[in-house]
Design a protein around this ligand. Sequence first.
Ligand code: NAD
Length: 356
Amino acid sequence: MSKKICVLPGDGIGPEIMAEAVRVLQALDLGFEMETALLGGAAVDATSNPYPEATQKLVQAADAILLGAVGGPQWDSLPREQRPERGLLGIRKQLGLFANLRPAILYPELANASSLKPEVVAGLDILIVRELTGDIYFGQPRGIEVREIDGQKQRFGFNTMHYSESEIRRILRVAFEAARKRNKKLCSVDKMNVLETTQLWRDIANELAPEYPDVELTHMLVDNAAMQLVRNPRQFDVMVTGNMFGDILSDEAAMLTGSIGMLPSASLDAKHKGLYEPSHGSAPDIAGKGVANPLATILSVAMMLRYTFALEEAAVKVENAVKKVLAQGYRTGDIHEPGTTRVGTRQMGDAVLAAL
Ligand code: NAD
C-alpha cells in the first residue's frame, strides 16, 4: 500500500503544532512519504490563491491530508474567494469528504476543565459521526423571496431537508464500522416524530443493523440527545447523525471536555481517504510564541493511522503516549492547573516522543 501524506501546516499556530505531529510520525518509522504544501493565508501571501494548484495536486495524490489550521485577522478583509477558509472548503469539495468524525475525550487528569461536575464527565470518551455534504445545509430549493401570503406581500425564507437512501447508508456504515473499533455501541440521532427525512434515516439504520450484529444500535431524538449529553454523557460510545444535528451536537460534545487544544477530527470519503485536523483554529493570539498545545494535532495523527491506514496498534501507541504525558503532569498553558508542569509546544512534543 502506498502511504502518502500531504502535510499542510497552514497559518497561525499551524506550523508550530504541525512540526510536533510530524516528529511523532517520523518517530513511529512506518515508512510514510510526506510532502508539505501551502494552504490558507500562507498560500495567499505566496501565490494570491488560498488553495494553489500545486497543493491541489498533492492533495489529490495523497492517501491522507494532515492540516494544522488556516486563517487570521490579516486575511479577513480579502475578497471572499481569497480568504484562507476557501482553501479548506476547496479540499473538502475536491475530495467529497462526507463523514466527519469528532471524538470528545476527557482525560481523567483534565476533568476540572469541563463545566460539568467531574463525577459526571471524567473519563468521557465519545465519538460523533456527522454527515457533512447533505441535509438542509445543501438542499435545493433554498432562498429568500417575496411571496404573497395571507393577502400580503412579504419576505419568505425556505430551505429543503433531504437525504437519499445511499447518502444515509454510507454515513451509517462509517458509524457502524467506527463503533466496531470502539465499544460497539451506536446511537443514531434523528427527529423521526416530526421529519420524514429522518424517519427514512431511522428505517435504514434498522435495515443495516443485522449486518453488524456485534454492534448494539439504539435511536434517540435529537432534543433528548442534546439533554443526555449534558445529563449523562458517558452513556454514549458512538453517535451518528445528519449534517445539521451533527453540527450542533458535535460542538456541544466538544465543549463538555473544556479543552479545545485536545480535540482531533477526521473527515473521510468512501475509500477512507481523509483530512485530519485539530478541531481548533489557528489561534492568532498565541501564534509564534511556542506555547500552543500540539496534542490535538498529534491525536489527529492517531486518527489518521486508525481510519485511513488501519494501523490500530500504532494509533493506540500515540494515544497512550498522550495519556502518559498528561499523567506525568505536563501541561501547555491552555490546560495548565496549579501543581502541574507548564511546558511549551516543543517540550510537549518532546514529552510525547519520550513516552512513545
Ligand atoms: P481558535 O480555535 O483559533 O482560538 C480560540 C481560543 O482557543 C484562542 O484563545 C486560542 O488561543 C485558543 N486555542 C486554540 N487552539 C489552541 C491550542 N492548540 N493551544 C492553546 N490554545 C489554543 O478560534 P478563533 O480565535 O475563533 O479563530 C482564529 C482563526 O482560526 C480565525 O481566522 C478562524 O477563521 C480560524 N479557524 C480555522 C479553523 C480551521 O482551520 N479548521 C477552525 C476554526 C477557526
